[in-house]
Design a protein around this ligand. Sequence first.
Ligand SMILES: O=C(O)CCC(=O)C(=O)O
Ligand SMILES: [Fe+2]
Length: 337
Amino acid sequence: MTVKEPEYVYYHAGGQRGSRPVLRGAAAKDTFSSIPVVDVSGMFSKHIEDRKKVAAEVGKACREVGFFYAKNHNVPDEVIANTFEAVKNFFAMPNMKEAFSFGDDPHEPEQNAPCKPGPDAPKRANAWPSAYPEFRPAMYDYFTRVKAFSQALMRIFALALDLPEDFFDAAISFPMVGIRALHYPPQEKPNANDIGLGAHTDYDFFTLVQQENVAALQVLNANGIWIDAPPQPRTYVVNVGDFLSRITNNKFKSTVHRVLNKSGEERYSMPFFFSPNREAMLSVVPNCREKGQVYEDINAGDYFMERLKAARWQHPSNNGKPAPVVQDMPTAQAIIA
Ligand SMILES: O=C(O)CCC(=O)C(=O)O
Ligand SMILES: [Fe+2]
């Protein structure tokens, strides 16, 4: 009799390598096989019942999947379209890069920081292309709106956790945020090992992904099966990140995902990473505390740096050298191992 070796899926999650057996047939667990769609329009209603209804759906999606599509958000279509156009122009420049990141930086007037950076403040965070001056205002137009939408969404997460709606408000007044504009060129003959972005979880509170009309994002379920998250018109893909998972004692799932562009076409996407203020404390929220709880309180900025270092350390380009010092790395741009 031959015993079949189980097949495994490998990923990086919570700053560490992980693996999961692929379970089929009788061994399969009860898990998701599609990404739920939540109509979030009720979050802008003046009636608390409408907001609570959205929160209930968001909470269910966060507990069961860790991902959902947010339909009827309030970021205008034309702002998103203009931003993608600017991103394509940027990638078409001769000094082509495959990713452009920028994030919170109190030096930049567009961000209306609550106070001016002092003499000890971190250095400027963002590098803007001088050869394309229209890029910065286009990105900021998008940044301002997606950040406001995220701050509003945070109130829905509070309700979803049975907390007062304003529970997180003070902790997200000048949040750590980052936009990553990504370009995935067509892959010749892609196979499962030939991925655009390796399997990972995000180290933020949550992420809002805009993807243009090319499907490539995939989400890992509990059975080790990759579930497609193709673009759905006029939606955001929202996913729980490690910070939110941590403060809910993992009741909200920070789910592993990857990008595999099998389409034969160019793919552009724009994740927006949202985390609390650098000084905020990440404490497990009251309703999720349990005896024998694993997570201690930690400063959000410190946790971010810890995760950034872990990602750098494991990055293949690091060649096993000691982790670089990253204290001058002031923005919340997620660097993926
Ligand atoms: O390109 C995408 O659709 C997702 C990107 C992503 O998961 C990330 O940058 O963390
Ligand atoms: Fe991600």
